[in-house]
Design a protein around this ligand. Structure first.
Ligand code: SF4
Length: 189
């Protein structure tokens, strides 16, 4: 299996070019608020593990953000454990796998949560704005919105992938980490 590894220094650039909308949203909110609630930490944290962010880099990445909000001591005390836990270094030492689209789409984000699938959980207005920011043009946007209205969220994500990469994605998107690796294959063949 092909293994792509990312480091913290190029994470912003990689997020911008190859993260699906669900992860871009979490990533932007984390940078903006220096905080994410549990559901968001799990969804983004396991995705980042899946794209090859090493545990030490993951700890440094989350700490840099969270310590701006809660201080580094509280980060070490309350949050570092769950990151090590995601990497199977605590508790039952289960190696947790990143969430699939199906799991993310069926999640139920509450007020103040940023996890979930934007195609399902965003308002139409917010979704259009987010797609515009990704560079999805008018025609493609209407095709995406059409899929969303018919509750075909993964197809909506697939059309977004095709619009921003100018390249087809025949298999369709069924996992955020697949979106990422397919994107990297196109950008760095
Ligand atoms: Fe993320 Fe999957 Fe939704 Fe795309 S379809 S935004 S990869 S959960």
């Amino acid at each position: 299996r092909e293994f792509v590894e990312i480091s913290i220094k190029d994470i912003d650039q990689v997020a911008n070019s190859s993260f699906p909308l669900c992860m871009r949203h979490l990533f932007e909110k984390l940078r903006e608020d220096h905080h994410l609630k549990h559901g968001g930490r799990m969804q983004l944290g396991l995705f980042l593990k899946g794209v090859g962010l090493k545990l030490d880099d993951a700890l440094a990445f989350w700490k840099a953000e969270f310590s701006q909000k809660v201080g580094s001591e509280r980060f070490d005390k309350e949050y570092a454990y769950s990151i090590r836990h995601n990497y199977g270094k605590e508790g039952k030492r289960t190696d947790y796998t990143p969430y699939s689209c199906q799991k993310i789409i069926s999640s139920t984000p509450g007020v103040g949560d940023h996890h979930g699938c934007p195609y399902r959980h965003f308002s139409e207005e917010n979704l259009r704005a987010a797609l515009g920011k990704m560079g999805v043009g008018n025609r493609a946007m209407e095709d995406v919105m059409d899929k969303v209205r018919n509750r075909h969220y993964q197809l909506a994500c697939t059309l977004t992938f095709e619009a921003v990469h100018g390249s087809s994605c025949d298999a369709g998107i069924n996992h955020p980490n697949q979106y990422f690796s397919d994107s990297q294959k196109i950008l760095h063949p």
